[in-house]
Design a protein around this ligand. Structure first.
Ligand code: PLP
Length: 444
């Protein structure tokens, strides 16, 4: 009998007792190859000695000091590291304890920015269908899954949802990727105009759609066109890189590859690599200036923001990534992983699409390749795939069901950046085995 309020109340998961490198171990002694880094969290794998040493040293020195009284050396060092490596114009890092808190803080920064500059009539967010931005009320409101929002709809902030960039299903016949991207940007502009541009705060998007979208990589030019639309109407651009950021796609921030600089970037997961709960909002100077020259105060805050041990863990993770040249490794080994997935699964009759960048890949499963028809959600292919993979000793992150524009089942792979090529090949092979087992006619 468990007293932990597990999310799935009828199912108690195995008890994790240890982790080293790419492997996790449960209380029954089973080992799992961690191909998803949890939910794209473990950027350096488990038990990295440099991160543990940094955390121990910080605990011995100072475990906690409240930010209404103090800053800390380690928070200052981490902010310096993050600002130095962030897109041009980034001036500050606002620390929080995770991804939802980062999104929440970014939404409030956007709102307070407009209040400070005398545009309080801006009250509305625009975001994308099939996105996931977290489970707190603000993040839930901008999140793109109506079924998640449904029970809470009467108590959410105003948000409108436009189409995600999903070429596999939504790029039209005869339409080039570039033309598709421009069409989506036009549709965003139409949504802004329909709402009245003077009332719109920000467009919120994952630079690369993550778990609930099956890794949706943007088509060339899409984000540049989106940035132009936002600028034309004085709307802020918030890019949520909680999942796709901090090196996961081979550059520190995924938006670097799109050639755009958002007003605010949210990061978490890979920032602390799972060693401590930490997230951040990376803010452009004009946002911070509006507050410092206005009220002088950001009307927000949490007890544990800038927690010294969390900052020490994140600083160590980021220093290891820099020192060991892991971004370059993610780029080259990411191509290798993509090829390994195509080799193992590319011809599979139930694999419709394999897409991704760096160490961030999605495999979309279909009932029929030619028509792209998804599996009947009642078959719960994603749930069975997760279980089968675990039985085979593989941790991957499936999601799906044809609900609310989620066109089917898909699985996310996001291995730690330290994965060897041998481990990447094992990941592809084990996933193929699990997909085979779950989609064979006998099990459907
Ligand atoms: N934003 C994105 C893109 C995410 O993928 C997630 C979590 O999966 C979140 C926000 C919420 O982060 P957290 O679960 O740390 O609150």
């Amino acid at each position: 009998m468990t007293h932990v309020f597990h999310r799935h109340l009828q199912h108690t998961p195995p008890v994790a007792v240890g982790g080293q490198g790419l492997f996790l171990r449960d209380a029954a002694g089973r080992e799992y190859l961690d191909a998803s880094g949890g939910a794209a969290v473990s950027s350096l794998g488990h038990g990295h000695p440099d991160v543990l040493t940094a955390m121990h040293a910080q605990i011995d020195r100072l475990a906690y000091a409240h930010t209404s009284f103090f800053t800390t050396e380690v928070a200052e060092q981490l902010a310096e590291q993050l600002v130095r490596t962030a897109p041009a114009g980034t001036s500050h890092a606002y620390f929080v304890s995770g991804g939802s808190e980062a999104v929440e803080a970014a939404l409030k920064m956007a709102r307070q920015y407009f209040v400070e500059i005398g545009q309080p009539e801006r009250t509305h967010f625009i975001a994308r269908r099939q996105s996931y931005h977290g489970n707190t009320l603000g993040a839930l409101a901008v999140g793109g899954n109506a079924w998640r929002r449904a029970p809470f709809a009467p108590i959410l902030v105003e948000a409108t949802h436009v189409a995600p960039c999903y070429p596999y299903r939504e790029q039209q016949a005869g339409e080039t990727p570039e033309a598709y991207g421009l069409r989506l940007a036009r549709e965003l502009e139409e949504a802004i105009v329909a709402l009245d541009p003077r009332t719109v705060l920000a467009f919120v998007a994952e630079t690369i759609g993550g778990a609930t979208a099956g890794v949706l990589t943007p088509v060339p030019g899409y984000f540049k066109a989106v940035r132009e639309v936002c600028d034309r109407h004085g709307v802020l651009l918030i890019l949520d890189e909680v999942m796709c950021g901090m090196g996961r796609t081979g550059t520190l921030h995924a938006c670097e590859q799109e050639g755009v600089v958002p007003d605010l970037i949210t990061v978490a997961k890979g920032l602390g690599g799972g060693y401590q709960p930490i997230g951040a909002v990376l803010a452009q100077r004009h946002i911070v200036d509006a507050m410092s020259q206005g009220s002088g105060f950001f009307q927000h805050g949490h007890t544990y923001l800038g927690h010294p041990v969390a900052c020490a863990a994140a600083l160590a993770v980021q220093q290891v990534i820099e020192r060991d040249g892991l971004l370059a490794k993610v780029r080259t080994d990411g191509d290798f992983l993509g090829q390994a997935l195509r080799d193992a699964l590319g011809a599979h009759p139930h694999v419709g699409d394999i897409r991704g960048r760096g160490f961030f890949w999605g495999v979309e499963l279909v009932a029929d390749r030619a028509s792209k028809a998804p599996f009947d959600p009642a078959q719960k292919v994603h749930a069975r795939l997760k279980k089968k993979a675990m039985d085979l000793g593989l941790l991957c992150y499936p999601f799906g069901g044809t609900v609310d524009g989620n066109q089917g089942d898909h699985v996310l792979l996001a291995p730690p950046y330290i994965a060897s090529r041998e481990q990447l090949v094992s990941i592809a092979a084990l996933l193929a085995q699990a997909v085979d087992a779950v989609t064979s006619t006998a099990t459907l």
